[in-house]
Design a protein around this ligand. Structure first.
Ligand code: NAD
Ligand code: ZN
Length: 379
């Protein structure tokens, strides 16, 4: 089959590799129909992780079940399913508590597993014609009758829609509160969409790219262009000096080509400044990636120093971490099914698998208009 394979920093190609096979009776094989490129793929694409050459990318996957292991009960051949990016087992201590992003079985000893990811287990990604899904009864979300019609919405259930929702949740958000979201990439835009659905009184979205800020505005948010000056101060000015009740970090590591040369503590310091005293901050941006070119040893290890003094003085709270996709995705699926959510509105490109190398280049360079790329292995 064809698959998007990592060859080294900023070098991917579409290669012919072996088809996946049922390895355990609890596996299924999926024929992918939609598989997305994510901002998280860029940590690996840019060569800032230990992602091995030859590995297949892709953790935002949707497709049709074509083969079912002998012990798979609930999922049937022909089902249309979307896979959470987390690979869970369903029976470990963390999965039992709904913390599927921290499964103790699928990547023992570290924090959770994902398809096509560095340091998150051996699972191959889905930017391919087919993929193997382990513990399939647990890891496949069976989609409703309108699965094909709304495929581009449902595929967002694999990661960015629940992750945006999770960022809002981690901030402690309540309906009627105000919120500031740093980053208008796919994750930040999904946080804005979530805040809108959840009844935010005011939503600010910070970025420096016109195309992304326009999308945020179209979703009902107030765009904050950081090229016009300190974004936290702009938010304070717009809120009578008080700031917002809640804040979301949807940028993560900030010292690479696509972010310019800001230091990674920039967004955290802004969040402490633009969030009200006693307010809450949800951090879904990933800071862990290692960059051999980072300007100091701390950033190389994903360690950052931020304004903890003011964070403490303002009595703020913080929540962090991988999204436990399965905890949210059934309810978010219902929002899509009943027309209350349409996450596909941020898609800029629908491309065949063969065009993945070019798409990676444009998305990584943050080229104008390249907001979210979905690959269609079937076309
Ligand atoms: P992205 O890189 O496309 O988006 C980041 C956006 O932030 C860009 O639009 C960029 O212009 C903007 N930006 C850069 N510096 C900024 C700054 N200082 N202030 C405000 N905006 C700034 O990526 P994405 O797909 O939206 O993902 C965002 C982050 O979320 C990444 O770190 C990704 O790895 C992470 N992520 C986390 C989870 C999770 O489970 N926690 C899941 C998916 C993605
Ligand atoms: Zn993703």
């Amino acid at each position: 089959m064809k698959a998007v394979v990592y060859n080294g920093p900023k070098d991917v190609s579409v290669n012919t590799i072996d088809d996946p096979k049922i390895e355990k009776p609890t596996d299924v094989i999926i024929r992918l129909t939609t598989t997305n490129i994510c901002g998280s793929d860029l940590h690996m694409y840019e060569g800032r992780t230990s992602f091995e050459k030859g590995r297949v990318f892709g953790h935002e996957n949707l497709g049709e079940v074509i083969e079912v292991g002998a012990a798979v009960d609930r999922i049937k051949k022909g089902d249309r399913v979307c896979m959470p990016f987390n690979v869970g087992c369903g029976f470990c201590e963390n999965c039992e508590r709904g913390l599927t992003g921290f499964c103790l079985t699928t990547n023992p000893g570290t924090a959770g597993a994902a398809y096509g990811f560095a340091e998150m287990g051996p699972w191959q990604g889905g930017q391919a014609e087919m993929m193997r899904v382990p513990y399939a009864d647990f890891n496949c979300l069976k989609l409703p009758e309108d699965a094909e019609e709304k495929e581009d919405d449902y595929v967002m259930l694999s990661d960015i829609f629940p992750t945006g929702w999770h960022g809002v949740e981690l901030s402690g958000f309540l309906p009627g509160e105000s919120i500031a979201i740093y980053g208008a990439g796919p994750v930040g835009l999904m946080a804005a969409h979530s805040a809108e659905i959840r009844g935010a009184s005011q939503i600010f979205v910070v970025d420096s790219h016109d195309d992304r800020l326009k999308l945020a505005e179209a979703m009902g948010a107030i765009p904050i262009d950081m090229r016009k000056g300190d974004p936290a101060q702009q938010i304070l000015d717009a809120t009578g000096g008080l700031g917002t009740d809640r804040g979301v970090e949807a940028v993560g590591y900030q010292c690479c080509d696509r972010h310019g040369k800001e230091r990674s503590n920039y967004t955290m310091n802004c969040l402490v400044k633009s969030t009200k005293a006693t307010g809450g901050i949800g951090v879904v941006g990933v800071f862990i990636a290692e960059d051999p070119n980072a300007p100091d040893d701390l950033q190389k290890e994903g360690k950052i120093a931020f304004d903890f003094g003011n964070f403490w003085f303002k009595g703020q709270k913080i929540g962090t971490g991988q999204c436990n996709v399965k905890h949210y995705n059934r309810r978010l699926m219902n929002l899509i099914k009943h027309g209350r959510a349409n996450p596909a509105q941020i898609i800029s490109h629908r491309l065949p698998l063969d065009q993945a190398p070019d798409a990676y280049k444009h998305f990584d360079a943050r080229d104008d208009g390249w907001t979210k790329v979905v690959l269609k292995p079937g076309i």
